[in-house]
Design a protein around this ligand. Structure first.
Ligand SMILES: *[C@@H]1O[C@H](CO)[C@@H](O)[C@H](O)[C@H]1NC(C)=O
Ligand SMILES: *[C@@H]1O[C@H](CO)[C@@H](O)[C@H](O)[C@H]1NC(C)=O
Ligand SMILES: *[C@@H]1O[C@H](CO)[C@@H](O)[C@H](O)[C@H]1NC(C)=O
Length: 343
């Protein structure tokens, strides 16, 4: 074939169509030979898993993964509550763990924060669990862990708590009666202490529930900080599942039992019917005189702590009220789905 003739063929569109056809045929043959072995292995496999099964294995087991974190404030009646957990943890098959921080410090160091957060959220053998300890609120979202615990807490009237703590340090309680407390032998009453303006009854000692709810920021621990009070309120609403008041412990337990029966099943019954051996009482407690109370109430710290207490109380009453239908407190609120489409 002369070069001229070839050139004339090449300029014809038919030539290019044919070339394209052969090219794609060769490509398909190569592709098929690549795919073929794969096809075989698929055929030999057992039935592929149905889509819904792989989905359900990804679904969370909320109950078995449950972690409740109770960062208890000292002298708020927390021991009574925790003791129910110790009594029932075997029956209900969950774990109770006390967080013991060196010399009762309430703020964790930075490395301890990482270790604690990772350990607790990863420790599967301990799930489900109730962790408790005298630890200020710690924000788990800083640490990029997948599953955060559920926070609960109790608050108590600030003066009651202070007086309780004052006598507890002097006389101990019925829980560990033989333990010699820090201020044992000191017989000054709370009234006398206030009169003499001694440090143990200084209203500054009431600055405790605010920093516990506020958390690990330096500002939280400055007595009288408005910022700390606001932060405590925000955390109480946004980060805590439920905050009860010591004066209404039974209702607190009841709400928890209905919400998380996996852990709290039978707690209310146990609280009512056990012979109260779990109740911890400060051995001697002299109620303060009216003039003492008036003096304390003048302090800014008392006023701010009381503001937090009342804020928590209002929210707790609200939560209790919403449990039931408005007309008849005997019916528990329910919800259901309807108008589900497409059919
Ligand atoms: C915490 O641990 C320390 C050191 O082991 C121990 O002395 C202390 O009694 C523990 N605290 C509690 C409340 O068990
Ligand atoms: C958490 O800490 C405990 C005690 O130090 C340890 O026994 C346990 O293995 C740790 N768990 C994880 C998941 O790191
Ligand atoms: C009540 O407490 C006492 C002493 O702690 C115990 O021996 C007794 O079995 C308890 N009774 C009931 C009904 O739990």
């Amino acid at each position: 074939m002369s070069a001229r003739k070839l050139k004339s063929v090449a300029t014809k569109p038919v030539f290019w169509v044919l070339l394209a056809f052969l090219g794609s045929l060769a490509f398909l043959i190569i592709l098929y030979s690549e795919i073929k072995p794969d096809k075989k292995t698929i055929k030999n496999d057992p039935k592929p898993a149905p889509v819904h099964r792989s989905l359900s294995s990804q679904q969370e087991d909320y109950d078995e993964d449950l972690i409740i974190l109770y960062n208890r404030v000292p002298k708020t009646g927390s021991t009574s509550f925790v003791n129910i957990a110790y009594d029932l943890c075997k029956t209900n098959q969950f774990h109770v763990l006390h967080i013991n921080i060196t010399s009762n410090m309430h703020v964790l160091s930075i490395p301890n924060q990482v270790n604690f957060v990772r350990n607790m959220t990863n420790w599967d053998e301990m799930k489900p669990a109730l962790y408790h300890g005298h630890m200020a609120f710690l924000d788990f979202s800083k640490f990029r862990v997948k599953k955060k615990p559920i926070y609960i807490n109790l608050v108590r009237k600030p003066l009651d708590r202070l007086v309780s703590y004052y006598y507890f340090l002097r006389y101990g309680d019925n829980y560990r009666p033989n333990l010699v407390r820090k201020k044992a032998g000191n017989r000054i009453t709370f009234d006398e202490c206030v009169q003499k303006k001694q440090p143990d009854c200084d209203p500054k000692n009431m600055w405790l529930q605010i920093p516990f709810f506020c958390g690990h920021a330096a500002e939280c621990w400055k007595p009288g900080s408005e910022w700390a009070l606001n932060q405590a309120k925000l955390n109480l609403l946004n980060e805590y599942f439920l905050v009860g008041v010591t004066e209404q412990m039974e209702d607190f337990i009841y709400l928890l039992e209905l919400s998380f029966p996996r852990i709290f099943k039978g707690f209310q019954n146990h609280y009512i019917h056990s012979n109260k051996s779990h109740l911890r009482q400060t051995s001697i407690k002299i109620p303060p005189k009216d003039e003492t109370i008036k003096k304390i109430q003048q302090s800014k710290i008392w006023q701010m702590e009381t503001e937090l207490y009342e804020f928590a109380l209002e929210q707790f009453e609200f939560n209790k009220k919403k449990m039931f239908t408005p007309d008849n407190a005997k019916h528990i609120q329910k919800f259901m789905y309807e108008k589900i489409r497409p059919k």
